[in-house]
Structures are given as C-alpha cells and as structure tokens.
Design a protein around this ligand. Structure first.
Ligand code: ZN
Length: 304
C-alpha cells in the first residue's frame, strides 16, 4: 500500500505532489470522504492511488485549508518518556512498560492550527503519530505493522502546570486542552518511507532548533506499542498513537511557550506542521497554581 492522505477542507483527499484528488468524487462515491473509515481498508487507497492518471481532476494543494487528516479519531493514545534522553532530562528512569495516557479527541487540530495557551506553563513535544488502519485486539508485536495505515507529524502540546498539578501527575488533561493536538500535514503509508522505523524529527521554536531526534531511539517501538495497547483496548481505524517526544522540551530548560511563538515540527519524508501560539486569558483553575511553581522533579534538585 502506498499513499499520502490529507483532509482538504473537511474531505479526504489523496495527495500527489502539489495536487490533491478528492476521493469520494473521483470514485463516484464508491469510497467515502471520511479518512478514518477509509483507513480500515488501506489497500483500497493504494489501489486508487495506483489507478490515478494525470487526467483525473485534481486541485492545487492549498496548505491553508488542510484539516487534521484524522479529524475524529475514536481513541487517541499518548506515550510518555519513550526516548531515553527525554526521560533523563526530566530526572526520570526510562519505564519498563509503555507509560500510556490519553489525549481527548477534542484536542485534535489542523496542521496549521493556532495553539491556544491558557497558562504560562505550556510546552511543546514534537512526535511521530501512528494512525491505525485495520483494527483488532490482542495483536502480536510481530504483526504490529499490519495494523498501521500510516504515520503523520504531531505536537503533544502540554500544560505542565495542569499535568503536574496532582500527585501522582495526571497527564491526560494537561495534554488535552482544545488545539493541543495538531496533526498532519498528511498521513503517509509506511511503505512510502525508506525506513519507517528511523525517521528524523525536529521541533523549532521561532526558527530555533529545540528538538532533534530519530524515531530509531524509541524505547518502545511502533509494533510493540500497537501490540501493548491492543491487549487492553480494541483498536480501530483512525485511532492515533502519539509515540512520545525526544529530548529538548521546554520545561527541562525553563522555556515555556508564549503569545506569538511559532512551533515548527518536521519529520523527514512526511512533512511539516506549523503552529502559531496565542495566549488566551488564564483558565480559572490556573490561578490555583502557586507563583514560582516548578515541576516536582525540578523542585527536588538543587536550585539552578
Ligand atoms: Zn508527548
């Protein structure tokens, strides 16, 4: 299977170079306009891709109208501390089993979405996002890739204050503010990539390189994550797995996101998502966070 799938103004489309082809209209309705559903049979998309000729009606790809390629996933999983250099920058040991949290699907946003900050403790986490194709349960790691329809770029934006407000920390809400999960720009089928297990990933803030890693360094690789999750929750087409972030996040350096900051996240072979931050008024609960608050792992170290 081989394809690049986008959400163009709310409709699933195949991307061919700088053109896009609307899937539903090209197939006279045989295939639908909703990406999640299409991914239950990724071979249909590959077949369509192969059958397209230059004569097929297409549009110039307008990146400003791209939506999240999977606009309405049933489940969105996140993986914490899945790169050794990120675990150590937080003063944590690498986990023995995948550390899983959820991002609620209302956080999913377009590849060029504005990120709405509600406190001064928001942070970036550039991540490779796995998109499930054929679903299943109790999947072996050996067959993990068979259930992956594609890969895309994501940001696991995190309000560290909310994330660390409870003891033990509660990751899910702090990572689930609206707009905190931009994904895209397209979903790329794994066979489009030279090596889908070793992808170069970078995050820049206002052009400054902050994260520079490779997914070859994932502690729990993609097939392992698919297998692990599927032994708990049945996976279905369009489910997303944010696979974790490499070292270089802001909180470890005392650098948080502010109004106007631009986050640029790139994975070679997939593409780039660009998200400008806007500082909205505090949410009412932010006021309960004490001035000078810092992450628990920092508070226990000697001052800096
Ligand atoms: Zn993350």
């Amino acid at each position: 299977m081989s394809f690049r799938l986008a959400n163009v103004a709310g409709r699933a489309a195949l991307v061919l170079g700088d053109r896009s082809v609307d899937i539903e209209s090209t197939t006279d309705g045989r295939l639908g306009s909703e990406a999640g559903q299409l991914l239950s049979a990724p071979s249909d998309l590959s077949e369509l891709h192969r059958s397209l000729t230059p004569a097929v009606p297409s549009s110039a790809l307008d990146e400003t109208i791209l939506g999240p390629p999977i606009p309405n996933p049933a489940q969105v999983f996140g993986v914490g501390l899945n790169y050794a250099n990120h675990a150590s920058e937080g003063g944590m040991d690498a986990p023995d089993l995948p550390l899983i949290f959820t991002k609620f699907r209302s956080s999913i946003a377009a590849p060029n979405a504005e990120i709405q900050l509600r406190s001064d403790y928001c942070d970036y986490e550039g991540e490779l996002v796995v998109v499930i194709g054929p679903g299943g349960r109790d999947i072996s790691a050996e067959h993990g890739w068979d259930h992956v329809a594609g890969l895309c770029v994501g940001q696991d934006v995190s309000d560290r204050a909310v994330q660390m407000a409870a003891t033990p920390p509660q990751f899910s809400l702090g990572k689930s503010f609206d707009t905190f999960g931009p994904i895209g720009p397209v979903v790329v089928s794994p066979d489009e990539l030279d090596d889908p297990s070793a992808l170069h990933i970078t995050t820049r803030i206002n052009g400054e390189l902050r994260q520079d890693g490779t997914t070859a360094d994932l502690i729990f690789d993609i097939p392992t994550l698919v297998s692990y999750l599927s032994h708990v929750a049945t996976l279905s087409a369009g489910d997303l797995i944010f696979t974790g972030t490499p070292g270089g996040v802001g909180v470890a350096q005392g650098l948080f996101l502010g109004d106007g900051d631009v986050i640029t996240t790139t994975i070679d072979g997939i593409g780039t998502i660009t998200n400008r931050c806007r500082r909205l008024p505090d949410h009412p609960y932010a006021a309960t966070i004490p001035a000078g608050w810092r992450p628990a792992w920092k508070a226990s170290t000697t001052d800096d």
